[in-house]
Design a protein around this ligand. Structure first.
Ligand SMILES: [Zn+2]
Length: 372
């Protein structure tokens, strides 16, 4: 029997990835959770069960509304007075009346707090406002709904004490289901830890023996600095070509995903290519700070000032995929201005966070000897 075979024998029904996960739990670590691994790991623990279920998820953005498409010539996340509303717009009153009828027929009406349960793909709404006319600058009819919910897959976890929690597979801002392997859920960690999961995981791992666990929990091979290094811009471990960071894609992940969504420099190659790895030099980070982040912050701040002065024209997308230039007398101008202002404010905040992060990394930089 080889060493690997004997390790496998000791693991029994546990797999390498479930042991790694239990290792996290034993240390009380939180973070991104892979529900498929949770299911595997919990299947071996006494008293714990994970069941595939589903639940309603409240729609919170205009892009998520595409799950409720098929009504109106276009839809917007609008306002009626101060109240937030999802609106469907039509050319004529007759079309709007028909659209409302179809909407009420196809989508299930529920109370203010939403449905108590939902199968994946089920659609619900709360309240519709009757068809109304808007006259300026052109005649348009619309109706509005106050709440929308969409059924998403979920996992229900039952603890040995009989406590349960249901963790949804969330919808992202664009209305796409999150991957089961990349779930962010503070509720999950709170639930498992308050239900004694840390001790439970330690018990299972103790049964396997330190040596076996250490070998599995620790990565088997540490990449050699000769071939790879940390990109000074995205801080991922990437390949080197004659001591320089090789061209690699910019990936939305970790701290950078927050608020940076939709910015063009998020796709394509990473700015860190061609620099020395961060272990060797912080030059790449400095350059990114001065050549990318700082000018971008200045330009965003200038844009915010422009928006504050109510520009003579505003480029907006009222109908899907169609950019229009509108003037302040357009009925969507105020809303468009508000949304764009909020977006730029978010970008500024996010850039400031990233600038702070880069500055602190530069300040705390120390040369790292290879070998670690
Ligand atoms: Zn990079």
């Amino acid at each position: 029997m080889t060493q690997q075979d004997s390790d496998r024998a000791k693991l029994g029904t546990l797999t390498r990835r479930t042991v790694q996960f239990l290792g996290k739990l034993a240390k009380g670590i939180k973070g991104v959770v892979n529900m498929e691994i949770v299911k595997e790991a919990f299947a071996d623990l006494e008293g714990w069960t994970v069941t595939d279920t589903s639940m309603p998820f409240a729609i919170t953005s205009s892009d998520q509304m595409k799950l409720f498409d098929g009504f109106g010539e276009y839809r917007i996340w609008g306002y009626s007075g101060a109240k937030e509303e999802k609106q469907y717009w039509y050319e004529t009153q007759a079309k709007a009346e028909k659209g409302l009828e179809a909407f009420e027929r196809e989508i299930t009406h529920v109370g203010k707090s939403g449905p108590s349960s939902a199968k994946p793909g089920d659609r619900f709404y709360h309240m519709t406002r009757a068809v109304e006319l808007q006259v300026s600058p052109v005649e348009r009819w619309h109706f509005g709904v106050t709440g929308l919910w969409y059924g998403v897959p979920a996992w229900t976890i039952l603890s040995p004490d009989g406590d349960t929690i249901t963790i949804p597979q969330k919808l992202d801002e664009k209305g796409r289901l999150s991957k089961p392997s990349e779930l962010k859920s503070g509720a999950f960690w709170k639930f498992v830890y308050t239900n004694g999961m840390q001790k439970e995981a330690q018990k299972v791992l103790a049964g396997l023996g330190h040596e076996t666990v250490d070998k599995i929990v620790r990565p088997t091979q540490v990449r050699d600095l000769q071939d790879t290094g940390t990109c000074p811009v995205c801080f991922r471990n990437v390949k080197l070509k004659s001591d320089r960071i090789m061209r690699h894609g910019w990936k939305v992940q970790g701290r950078r995903s927050q608020g940076m969504y939709g910015q063009t420099w998020h796709t394509g190659p990473c700015f860190g290519a061609g620099f020395k790895p961060f272990e060797i030099s912080p030059e790449g980070t400095k350059s990114y700070l001065s050549k990318v982040l700082t000018p971008m912050l200045l330009s965003r701040e200038a844009r915010l000032k422009e928006l504050a002065k109510r520009p003579a024209t505003l480029r907006v997308t009222i109908r899907p995929r169609k950019v229009e230039e509108i003037t302040p007398d357009h009925p969507f101008y105020d809303q468009g201005l508000r949304l764009q202002t909020q977006q730029v404010e978010r970008e500024i905040q996010s850039l400031k966070r990233e600038i702070e992060d880069c500055k602190s990394r530069i300040q705390n930089w120390k040369i790292k000897p290879s070998g670690r």
